[in-house]
Write a protein that binds this ligand. Structure first.
Ligand SMILES: C[S@@+](CC[C@H](N)C(=O)[O-])C[C@H]1O[C@@H](n2cnc3c(N)ncnc32)[C@H](O)[C@@H]1O
Length: 199
């Protein structure tokens, strides 16, 4: 969904440890800017890439107050937006800082998958979900927002962006080698949704 990266100005929102920054640098991006809520993640990215990226701490629920209008060709935001309660400000600022013709690609929890966590039983409610994840060796409490596909799409289109592509993903064949059961499950029950929106 990302397309050609060479020569593009890229913003990585919620960059984490810099997996995508690494990809953009390897593909010859003209510039890579990384932001994250976590100062630890930003320190990690600065240590990894030094002056090759511009990295700073930013809470996306406040939008992108440090960014100038029409700066970026490409914005990515992989698996971050479910931690932000109100998407209105984020998408308004994404529309503002994208260059004309620029685009954003993001992934988030699939609304249908998250509906399993609903306590109200109303798909259209936005709900703060608390779960225990055991993916790093020790159980960790995680909170995120569950919301409808309508709420996600409205935040995008109300900001004046056009949704140009939606994917529910395909499972990498390599997963089969690690666990046939996980491969089979994810092939039938997608956990994430991927959306491309255009200015
Ligand atoms: C699941 S990780 C994804 C990291 C990276 N995008 C990736 O795909 O490898 C979620 C990241 O979002 C960041 N994050 C959570 N809430 C945020 C917020 N309100 N503003 C900015 N970043 C946030 C976390 O600190 C974390 O680095």
């Amino acid at each position: 969904m990302l397309g050609e990266i060479a020569g593009k100005t890229v913003l990585d929102m919620g960059c984490g440890s810099g997996v995508y920054a690494d990809y953009f640098l390897s593909k010859g991006a003209a510039s890579v800017t990384c932001l994250d809520f976590s100062a630890e993640m930003i320190a990690l990215v600065e240590k990894k890439f030094g002056g090759k990226v511009n990295a700073y701490v930013q809470d996306l629920s406040e939008g992108l107050p440090k960014e100038k209008d029409a700066t970026y060709d490409v914005i990515v935001c992989p698996l971050v937006l479910h931690y932000v309660e109100d998407l209105t400000k984020v998408f308004a600022d994404v529309a503002r800082v994208l260059k004309p013709g620029g685009y954003m690609v993001f992934s988030t929890h699939h609304p249908f998958a998250d509906f399993e966590c609903s306590t109200t039983g109303n798909y259209f409610d936005r709900e703060l979900v608390q779960e225990e994840w055991n993916t790093v060796g020790t159980p960790v409490q995680v909170t995120f927002y569950r919301r409808s596909l309508t709420e996600i799409c409205s935040a995008i289109t109300d900001a004046g962006l056009l949704i140009s592509q939606i994917s529910e993903g395909t499972v990498n064949e390599k997963i089969k080698e690690e666990s046939a059961e996980i491969y089979e499950r994810l092939s039938k029950q997608p956990n994430f949704i991927f959306i491309k929106c255009q200015k």
